[in-house]
Design a protein around this ligand. Structure first.
Ligand SMILES: [Zn+2]
Length: 189
């Protein structure tokens, strides 16, 4: 791994830790757009990390704090689905022999308080400006190097509320970006 790449990964890990430890760190970032998620892929030879950031509404259907048992169950089921289905959501080329591992996985919620009073983009105005996001990180270990291989997506198939994902990938010295809507399109690492 080059020094440059290493520095980027460290910065990313630090940011992730800060977002975990200090929820207000995430709050200062930006209010998310419902239906739109972000995926970051960092490739290092035969390994990769996949980060998913998505509005909670797109994952488990609401953004308020879970108040009832039904809320809790809905959230737990959706997060389990995310854990179990990530391999069908961000799909690495079959010939690379990749396995998702749960070693580095964390599912957290960040509260993003929106202070603006206007209605949310694309939806009706809500009484509360409360937003929650699901952040998940996965480790991927493959038999063969990932460089040059194609990544496909099945995100909307698993979570129909997540219509568009902005994908950023770092593969060796290359940085690749793509916007995937309705699981159409692919990205070459
Ligand atoms: Zn929201």
């Amino acid at each position: 791994m080059s020094d440059k790449c290493y520095g980027w990964v460290v910065a990313c890990i630090v940011a992730a830790v800060l977002a975990w430890v200090v929820p207000s760190y995430a709050a200062r970032q930006h209010a998310h757009v419902h239906g739109v998620g972000q995926i970051n892929i960092v490739v290092d030879g035969t390994q990769a990390t996949v980060e998913l950031h998505a509005p909670a509404e797109a994952i488990y259907g609401f953004e308020h704090q879970a108040r009832s048992k039904a809320d809790e169950e809905k959230r737990a089921a959706a997060l389990a689905r995310l854990r179990e289905q990530i391999g069908a959501m961000v799909i690495f080329a079959a010939d690379r022999g990749c396995q998702y591992t749960t070693q580095k996985m964390a599912v957290v919620e960040a509260v993003e308080h929106e202070r603006a009073q206007g209605p949310e983009q694309g939806g009706p105005a809500k009484k509360s400006g409360e937003h929650r996001a699901v952040h998940a990180e996965f480790a991927v270990i493959c038999d063969k190097p990932l460089a040059g291989s194609q990544v496909k997506f099945g995100i909307s198939k698993i979570f129909p509320g997540l219509k568009t994902v902005r994908v950023q990938a770092l593969s060796g010295a290359r940085q690749i970006g793509a916007e995937i809507t309705g699981d159409k399109g692919s990205l070459t690492l």
